[in-house]
Unconditional design. Structure first.
Lengths: 180, 194
């Protein structure tokens, strides 16, 4: 029991401390910590991302709250995990807000972020690639034809139009209900 | 409503409860509430605080609430603001976790069909920002090797090598070295010219 809590704390400490580049870039870190460790399946991870897109709030918090509850079966698991993902950045940001303002544009931060930008692209790509599996696209070829079509159509809508992602998820859900 | 702590908490609660999509979507709403509506901070100071929040790891929306709360009311202010940002999504997701368990998603025939349709759409939602961030990072034929290598190595699932933390640390250190090297070259060139 305590073991689960310690593992959750260790995982979400890492996610909080190394979470650069926004929610989507954080996905690859979260995926590594919670899917590879066997806490949840890749399918459940995708479901959590979907739920987190449809509810307000940052995905880092949403995933911590959900996974904290699923792993421990207790509200305390949610509270501990959510506070863990927030605490290290909270302390660092507080320290930074007192020091960085004085020497703004520090060359370290400027250079570091220049180097992080192309890495973030790779992080997001890896998260997408790791989710392209049978758990999310179906085991049967007949299913895969439909799921791949949904994926391509959703991509085109999100990338080429200004339609809100939530609407895309709702449409995909309706399609699933009608087709499967 | 004279208590600034309470106002900070409630304002960030509102921001947390009504913004979908996290950090970047939240910035304009936070700016509207903090700078335009409450006039707690001037715009250029807000932009400075934003730069600090962005340069730290973690969840951007929380980091912004920390710097704004700290600027107005110190440590206690930053705790009030951060809790305000976290609380609405925490409560909502907790309710979902309790009622929409992984077993429900699997075993309820209607929910399971809905999620079968949603999963491939979620993958598409993650592919789209790959392209938009690549554009923003001005990835070209010379630098495309970095995201491609990072994505493949993480995807490889080879122990240690597939850990994303490695590439985050390497990217930051590499960027710093490149930046300093570039700066030194520029300075040398200017010295030569003069």
């Amino acid at each position: 029991m305590l073991d689960n809590y310690l593992k959750l704390i260790w995982a979400y400490l890492k996610i909080g401390l190394f979470g650069f580049g926004g929610g989507y870039a954080m996905l690859s870190l979260i995926q590594r910590e919670v899917v590879d460790s066997g806490w949840i399946t890749s399918q459940m991870f995708t479901d959590i991302v979907a739920i987190s897109q449809m509810t307000p709030g940052p995905i880092g918090i949403n995933s911590a709250t959900y996974i904290g509850y699923v792993v421990t079966g207790s509200v305390w698991g949610s509270i501990v995990t959510t506070l863990t993902v927030v605490l290290p950045p909270f302390i660092l940001t507080l320290i930074a807000s007192h020091y960085i303002q004085r020497h703004k544009q520090s060359p370290f931060i400027k250079g570091a972020f220049m180097g992080l930008r192309p890495v973030v692209v790779g992080l997001i790509a890896s998260a997408a690639m790791l989710l392209m599996n049978s758990e999310n696209f179906g085991y049967l070829n007949s299913e895969r034809i439909i799921t791949i079509a949904i994926c391509i159509a959703s991509f085109c809508i999100v990338y080429f139009t200004r339609v809100h992602p939530i609407l895309v998820i709702i449409l995909a859900g309706i399609t699933g209900l009608l087709v499967f | 409503m004279n208590n600034l702590y309470l106002q900070l908490f409630l304002t960030f609660c509102k921001i947390g409860a009504f913004t979908f999509g996290g950090g970047w979507a939240m910035i304009s709403i936070i700016q509207r509430e903090i700078v335009e509506r409450h006039r707690w901070i001037e715009l250029d100071e807000f932009l400075d605080l934003l730069a600090v929040a962005q340069s730290m790891p973690g969840i951007l929306a929380v980091n912004i609430s920390v710097v704004v709360g700290d600027r107005l009311k110190g440590l206690k202010g930053s705790i009030c603001a951060a809790l305000g940002t976290i609380l609405p999504s925490f409560l909502m997701i907790l309710a979902i976790a309790i009622f929409l368990t992984p077993d429900t998603i699997k075993n309820n025939p209607i929910v399971s069909r809905i999620f079968k349709g949603i999963r491939p759409a979620v993958v598409a939602l993650i592919i789209a920002p790959v392209l938009t961030t690549a554009k923003a990072a001005r990835i070209n034929w010379k630098t495309v090797i970095i995201p491609v290598a990072v994505a493949l190595l993480i995807y490889s699932k080879i122990p240690v090598i597939s850990n994303p933390i490695i590439y985050i640390v390497l990217g930051a250190i590499g960027g710093y070295i490149y930046y300093m090297h570039d700066l030194m070259n520029k300075n040398r060139k200017e010295a030569d010219d003069a």
